[in-house]
Ligand binder design. Structure first.
Ligand SMILES: O=C[C@H](O)[C@H](O)[C@H](O)COP(=O)(O)O
Length: 296
């Protein structure tokens, strides 16, 4: 029973399952259901609406993939609340980043790892971009590799976004499509990535940096220095930018990126999402990946 818990920021009841017999990756969309005072909701509240809606799918006893980022944070907090009030029990969380591990621990979610739980019942995570076939871009926060491992090992993967994340095609926001690379020879790996997209109009890429305020002594601040951004796995990230989004066969492009020695993983999540919950100003929309009639 969840009646003693604080109510979710969501007036709708459950995520509808609208699977059809259509081809894999076809998408069925539920009509918007209203959110409270939609016009008044900030972007962060929209993220919370999507997160709470996803957490309605969590059941006691589940092994959960715990996502990373400002949207996933709301899901972690909500799961923690439901555990505290007794509406959920026996949850095991598999965090997708060091950040998620810390946030989940603070929320009181018991944690484990992929070695102990190679099959995950449900993962809930945000995304940077969602295309109409439910392909995603992830990793602008830097945690794409562990996310892809955890979410790839999940029976169901629910993506939670506000409407600003919807794009007509991957890369079309003009923001980064990240690639995690090993630090050794990163400039060579970057050159290989550049040649892969040679001739693509509006293509660019660069090593992601993080500004470090180095202290020369306890009293004196040195000039800020831009150092390479380092992932949880001690790797670097090369951010690729596509002015008009990525055209062509995404699986083929994915294969070509992954064949470059030095590339660890990229932030295109192709065919991994089971459904996407989109919180819009005018209500919540659920996009479900249709499955083939044989259940594949
Ligand atoms: O590396 C970050 C993760 O892929 C996040 O899931 C993604 O960046 C979305 O984050 P947010 O919910 O903060 O927009």
């Amino acid at each position: 029973m969840r009646t003693s818990c604080s109510p979710a920021l969501n007036v709708a009841s459950t995520v509808p399952h609208l699977h059809s017999d259509g081809p894999l990756a076809a998408v069925v969309m539920a009509p918007p259901s209203p959110v409270p005072s939609p016009a008044l909701l900030s972007l962060d509240e929209l993220k919370r609406v999507a997160a709470h809606r996803a957490v309605e799918q969590v059941e006691s006893g589940m092994v959960l993939g715990l996502g990373t980022g400002s949207t996933a944070a709301h899901a972690l907090d909500r799961i923690g609340d439901l555990l505290r009030c007794g509406a959920l029990r026996d949850i095991v969380g598999i965090p997708t980043s060091e950040w998620a591990a810390a946030r989940a621990a603070a929320a009181g979610i018991p944690l484990s790892d992929l070695n102990a739980h190679p099959v995950i019942d449900l993962s809930i995570d945000g995304a940077d971009e969602v295309d109409p076939a439910l392909n995603l871009v992830k990793g602008r926060g830097g945690s794409l590799l562990r996310e892809k491992m955890v979410e790839g090992a999940s029976r169901r993967f629910i993506v939670i976004v506000d409407e600003s994340k919807l794009v007509p095609r991957i890369g079309a926001s003009g923001l980064a499509v990240p690639v995690e690379v090993i630090p050794f020879g990163w400039a060579l790996t970057l050159r290989c990535l550049r040649s892969l997209f040679d001739g693509t109009p509006g293509f660019n890429l660069k090593l992601r940096t993080a500004t470090i305020n180095a202290k020369a002594s306890a009293f004196e601040e040195k000039e800020s220095q831009a150092e390479p951004f380092v992932t949880d796995n001690k790797n670097y990230i090369v951010d690729m930018f596509f002015e008009n989004g990525i055209h062509g066969d995404l699986n083929d492009i994915s294969d070509k990126i992954l064949r470059i020695t030095g590339v660890v993983e990229h932030g295109m999540f192709l065919g991994l999402a089971s459904s996407v919950i989109v919180a819009r100003k005018d209500g919540v929309v659920v996009m479900d990946k249709a499955v083939k009639s044989n259940g594949i």
